[in-house]
Design a protein around this ligand. Sequence first.
Ligand code: SF4
Length: 236
Amino acid sequence: MYKRQPSDRPMPGERDALSWWLSDPRVPQRLPANLREVWRDPGSREALADWLHRFKDSEAGAEIGGALRTGRARREAGFRVRVGGSGLPLVGAMDVVWRSTGAAGLWHVRDYKITLPSGAPDELYRSQLAFYALAVRELAERASEKGAGGGKTGLTKQNFEAVDVGLIFLREGGLIGSRRSFPRDFEWDGLRSRVLEAARGAALGDWPARTDRCRECPWAGNCPGRRRGRAPRASE
Ligand code: SF4
């Protein structure tokens, strides 16, 4: 598929084809510098193409594709939220977020992972998803306040009933993992307290390294606090 370059005048339907996009010679210009070398490696591109084709044909891919086609989904949706109205703004970006058309106030958030499910740092990923759920909840609540808004998430006032979060493991062809629903009557105050406590600890430096997690940690390769004497995982 990579021998052929996309033409300026694609055949009908061709521009929508994943193969057409993957063969676009302009792709490297759009990548961060550290990924261009990876892209130039034919083996890496073939592996990526395989992941993306299987993801496109998966249930998760169809779900996200449907939301994107209707214009309801936002990708790389950045947000900034003051949890519980505190003075501490927290920022992040959801890989993809969309609002359901079938059920009023139902939101979906997905985060892409290239780790294998067996090597995933579960607690870390579950915490990340819980934080995204809280961000959706907070933004929906505050979107009507003067000067506040849902940012690129597209949230509007009083349209929150639940948020369904989950990971998408691209190496597994779009397998969904850690899926969980946070309903309106979830115990949000407890989650707010945990998020604020973690954020304050990180900001003040009062956060000792959890070296019991180094083996599963995706940042172990660059972390000065990493526990020594243990071989890093192959994926590090
Ligand atoms: S590698 Fe560093 S960041 Fe990761 S778990 Fe170990 S101490 Fe924490």
